[in-house]
Write a protein that binds this ligand. Structure first.
Ligand code: PAF
Length: 284
């Protein structure tokens, strides 16, 4: 049966005891409102370790004051059911006061990787993510932690943080899980109206078109961006592209020309949602 823990001291002691017993732990950090993408991360975690822990915490420090912290979707009952059905061993759901002291003043940052892509519109976001993930790692001491590739920049930053700070955890990536029509699963899809939801798959279609053009010889980033922008303009005129950027897959440096392969990451505003997606493209 799944155990739920909300106390910081209790999760620390519990995990210490598991380690003493020689058990390995895989952590899946989440902000709740779980969907099939999270479930696939949990399934992956179950193949890695003896014990799977899911954290469920809407981390306030990764939201700027003008962002959707208060509106972030939340359904505790549904999350409880989904995690217990998925065979999670421990659901860790701390309250804000347990995770942050009032005068919290220590931050973990990877500024070089956090300045582009989402970092341009969300300058404090990745500092908040790195800090909470470090705190979770310190409490749980997982052998593995699983993160989705939809948040490609987040995954890359966390890998770098773990490497740079010699953290004793292996970061494992989970592929993007999509709805049948191609839309990348995200808790924020809940913000979409019915009409917006019917248009949102064009983001993926635009990326597939861009990838096809790249394969057929269009290697100039600006021209590839234009392909995506025109497609979105044509199919979702109400959307606004935050960014479409071709980057080196490890360093996240923007590339002017495609050499062998690269990641194209996008963020698109549609109604109240800001939707992320990305694709690995190849020159041949
Ligand atoms: O990807 C998320 O849901 C969050 O950024 C994370 C990793 C749980 C940190 O709050």
């Amino acid at each position: 049966m799944m155990k739920t823990i909300s106390e910081v001291g209790e999760i620390r002691e519990f995990c210490k005891e598991l380690k003493k017993q020689g058990k390995t732990i895989a952590l899946v950090p989440t902000m709740g409102f779980l969907h099939k993408g999270h479930i696939s991360l949990i399934k992956k975690a179950k193949t890695l370790a003896d014990i799977v822990i899911v954290s469920r915490f809407v981390n306030p420090t990764q939201f700027a004051p003008n962002e959707d912290l208060d509106a972030y979707p939340n359904d505790r009952e549904r999350d409880f059911q989904a995690t217990s059905e998925a065979g999670v061993d421990i659901l860790f759901e701390p309250v804000k006061e347990a995770m942050y002291f009032e005068n919290h003043g220590t931050w973990v940052e990877v500024p070089e990787l956090a300045k582009g892509l989402c970092g341009q519109t969300r300058p404090i976001h990745f500092r908040g993510v790195c800090t909470i993930v470090t705190k979770l790692f310190n409490l749980i001491m997982p052998d593995y932690a699983v993160f989705g590739e939809k948040d490609y920049q987040q995954l890359t930053i966390i890998r770098r943080m773990v490497r740079d700070l010699n953290m004793n955890v292996e970061i494992v990536a989970g592929e993007i899980i999509r709805e049948e029509d191609g839309l990348a699963m995200s808790s924020r899809n809940a913000y979409l109206t019915k009409e917006e939801r019917s248009l949102a798959p064009f983001i993926r279609k635009g990326l597939l078109l861009l990838a096809e053009k790249a394969k057929n010889g269009e290697h100039c980033a600006k021209n590839l961006y234009a392909v995506f922008a025109h497609f979105i303009q044509e199919h979702i005129p109400s959307a606004r592209i935050d960014y479409v950027t071709m980057v080196d897959k490890d360093e996240l440096v923007e590339l002017e020309t495609l050499k062998d392969s690269a990641v194209v990451a996008v963020a698109v505003y549609l109604g109240k949602a800001r939707l992320l997606d990305n694709i690995l493209i190849e020159s041949k």
